[in-house]
Ligand binder design. Structure first.
Ligand SMILES: Cc1cc2nc3c(=O)[nH]c(=O)nc-3n(C[C@H](O)[C@H](O)[C@H](O)COP(=O)(O)O)c2cc1C
Length: 202
């Protein structure tokens, strides 16, 4: 039985194409069965804190030195780390904003990725991700369409962050493109026609 974490990061509520696409992915997984829990983290309704001077100081502290202030400043970071740790499957919806991810999603990542927590260094000094064996589905909505051969910055960036700093190598992206075109209608079934459900993660 798998646990799913569903991350919503568009400010557009029920109008959001990225949220609708990520919900369609969730629906496919639920239809597949074998799902234990679904946790929803809406980064707009419950915004992540920005990494400010005090919290960055705590991020760098050795856990043995944590005090009451550390616990307060790290409470959001620890909460989302626990959610990701518990999840077998993470579905992330994001709009394309100026070729990148949404602001709350970036803030969530900056709270999540931490030395000693999502990755450690081995004796040879190599970075080793600690959240291996998870699957990430990205649901990305853009007003325009990428031209043939144009870089997919969001997919490349998130793949690299999850692989390099968390050890998550299985990242699959689905795009809903052209949302700002005249007369646009979203066809999630066709976007997900080759949807790849997860049965095989350990
Ligand atoms: C500040 C801002 C920046 C945007 N930047 C881009 C962009 O770089 N490329 C693009 O194709 N669409 C861009 N858009 C359009 C959104 O990607 C599009 O409206 C998308 O559907 C938003 O996702 P959502 O429906 O999940 O909210 C931008 C929209 C806003 C408000």
């Amino acid at each position: 039985m798998k646990n799913i974490l569903h991350i919503i990061s568009s400010a557009r509520g029920e109008q959001s194409y990225s949220s609708q696409l990520s919900s369609a992915i969730l629906e496919k997984l639920l239809q597949q069965g074998n799902i234990n829990t679904v946790t929803v983290r809406d980064l707009v309704k419950d915004a992540p804190p920005y990494a400010d001077e005090m919290s960055i100081h705590e991020f760098y502290k050795h856990p043995e030195l944590y005090d009451e202030q550390s616990r307060q400043l790290l409470s959001y970071a620890n909460l989302i780390v626990d959610e990701v740790r518990k999840a077998d499957i993470i579905i992330i919806g994001t709009p394309v904003f100026n070729l990148g991810i949404s602001t709350p999603l970036k803030a969530w990542l900056d709270q999540l990725i931490r030395a000693g927590i999502t990755y450690v260094f081995d004796e040879q000094g190599n970075r080793v991700g600690r959240f291996t064996g998870k699957k990430v589905y990205l649901a990305v909505a853009s007003g325009g369409r990428r031209t043939e051969g144009a870089p997919d910055y969001i997919s490349a960036y998130l793949r690299d962050v999850f692989r390099s700093y968390a050890g998550i190598t299985d990242v699959e992206t689905y795009h809903i493109e052209g949302t700002m075109e005249n007369g646009f209608t979203a066809d999630y079934e066709s976007v997900l026609k080759d949807f790849n459900p997860v049965n095989d993660i350990s």
